[in-house]
Design a protein around this ligand. Structure first.
Ligand code: SF4
Ligand code: SF4
Length: 454
């Protein structure tokens, strides 16, 4: 095993993982109600396939894929569809969603008809088989697509699409992302320890689907137990190596991980890992791929981390998709007081929520609850022109200058300084002594540039 690979730039925030890294994943029982947004992935939203009043089985498709870059959405509990309407999405927008409420009994049968068995048998995907080595790559890809598997590292890009490179693009290496570089989050760490076999099978399935002979699993070396478990688990798998990476943010960014593990530089946008012959998948995604192909399980639950100073009992917990955040928090022991700030994801790239009335979605890796003190530490001031943000940007951008253009409303100036290339890693905001909200400015600029293009 090689050790301590890394990339240029980056920062060293306190990882705050001690609160949850040793806590086994708890299993939350299915809730009485779920809200399933039809947009839980990058690409076209799914299209509702059910109607209000319809009874659905667990795992049944409730939203069909809306295009090539899209993913289906499945019922995460059995019950009755009670609404199809717009609900708040944790990404900060309103999204068409299917609401399912659990029911104790089947509806009364029509005269002369047999009563419906209740709850109905959970739906599984036809064609699934533990003997995936005998399955054609096309079948593997279609099972992964039909299970609605998307990247679980945050971006939620449909996995099937990444496994279907365009003509002329040759993939020769699979990189498995076990870096989990965002502070506080430990769900990937626990997945490597507790779903080890599924990760191994998932990696082998992904290699077969991509027709590649080599894979590298990259893990930050603040997880020595995961590195040890994964190294032993892959010891007998030809072509797979486990590599420890230096603890540095954003080590888990696709480009940074590829650079650290292979020395290859992914070209600036629209350049992709494919351009250097690589596909990157997250360790949690690999486990869900194994579920889909070997057991026919649709993607209806995931592990998330709940942490931060306001969380009474920080936890790693497996929850059904669509479970409301408030229900998960209550299951885990509640909060010690009103949070001053709630963030979905990590503190570096996460999204601040206005309230807890949001469901868990496929790309949710965790929620953080901050008290007034931690939130006050984040008050912003003017730029001091210290240049720290420039020194650490892993993409060699000039964040302070871009921010000045955005604040002045000069989108062309921001574009000329490559604001579109910003990966929103948050490193510049982190090192800024004035706590400037640089990433937020860059997100706004990118959204406005996209609007202008549309
Ligand atoms: S400018 Fe973008 S890519 Fe560079 S450090 Fe800031 S957020 Fe990260
Ligand atoms: S780190 Fe902050 S204060 Fe320093 S130059 Fe960048 S934006 Fe200005």
């Amino acid at each position: 095993m090689a050790t301590r690979r890394t990339f240029r730039g980056g920062i060293h925030p306190d990882d705050h993982k001690d609160a949850t890294c040793a806590l086994p994943i708890q299993e939350m029982p299915p809730p009485a109600r779920v809200v399933l947004p039809l947009r839980q992935h990058l690409g076209a939203p799914a299209k509702a396939l059910v109607q209000v009043g319809e009874r659905v089985a667990q795992g049944q498709v409730v939203g069909e894929s809306g295009g090539f870059v899209s993913a289906p959405v499945h019922a995460s509990i059995a019950g009755e569809v009670t609404a199809i309407a717009k609900y708040r999405h944790p990404g900060g927008f309103m999204a068409e969603s299917v609401v399912i409420e659990a029911r104790d009994a089947a509806p009364a049968p029509a005269e002369g008809q047999e009563p419906m068995p209740w709850p109905p048998h959970p739906f599984t995907l036809p064609g699934a088989n533990p003997d995936y080595e005998s399955m054609a790559p096309d079948l593997l890809r279609s099972l992964i697509r039909d299970a609605g598997v998307v990247g679980m590292g945050g971006a939620a890009f449909p996995t099937f699409v990444k496994l279907s490179p365009p003509r002329g693009k040759r993939v020769e290496l699979l990189v498995i992302n076990g870096a989990e570089c965002e502070p506080f989050l430990t769900c990937d760490h626990r997945t490597m320890l507790e779903e080890t076999d599924k990760v191994v099978h998932g990696v082998r399935i992904l290699m077969r689907a991509l027709d590649v002979a080599r894979a590298i699993v990259g893990i930050e070396d603040n997880k020595p137990d995961a590195i040890d478990v994964m190294t032993r688990a892959f010891a007998q798998v030809p072509g797979v190596s486990v590599v420890a990476c230096q603890v540095k943010y954003p080590q888990g960014g696709e480009k940074q991980l590829i650079k650290a593990l292979t020395g290859r530089e992914v070209p600036p946008p629209p350049g992709l890992p494919l351009d250097v012959g690589v596909v990157v998948q997250n360790v949690g995604t690999a486990a869900r791929v194994a579920d889909a192909v070997m057991s026919g399980l649709p993607f209806i639950e995931r592990t998330i981390t709940l942490s931060g100073p306001r969380m009474a009992q920080p936890a790693n917990v497996r929850v059904r998709l669509g479970t409301m955040l408030g229900d998960v928090v209550a299951f885990c022991g509640g909060l010690t007081g009103d949070p001053e700030r709630v963030i979905m994801g990590g503190p570096m790239m996460g999204v601040t929520l206005s309230d807890m009335e949001v469901p868990i979605v496929k790309g949710t890796s965790g929620f953080l609850f901050f008290d007034a003190q931690s939130a006050a530490d984040l008050e912003a001031g003017p730029c001091l022109r210290c240049g720290r943000c420039v020194d650490i940007c892993p993409l060699r951008l000039r964040p302070a200058e871009i921010a000045r253009f955005v604040e002045a409303g000069d989108l062309d100036g921001a574009q000329a300084l490559h604001v579109r290339e910003c990966m929103e890693c948050g490193s510049c905001s982190y090192v800024c002594p004035s706590n400037r909200w640089l990433v937020q400015l860059f997100r706004i600029a990118k959204a406005k540039l996209n609007e202008r293009k549309a």
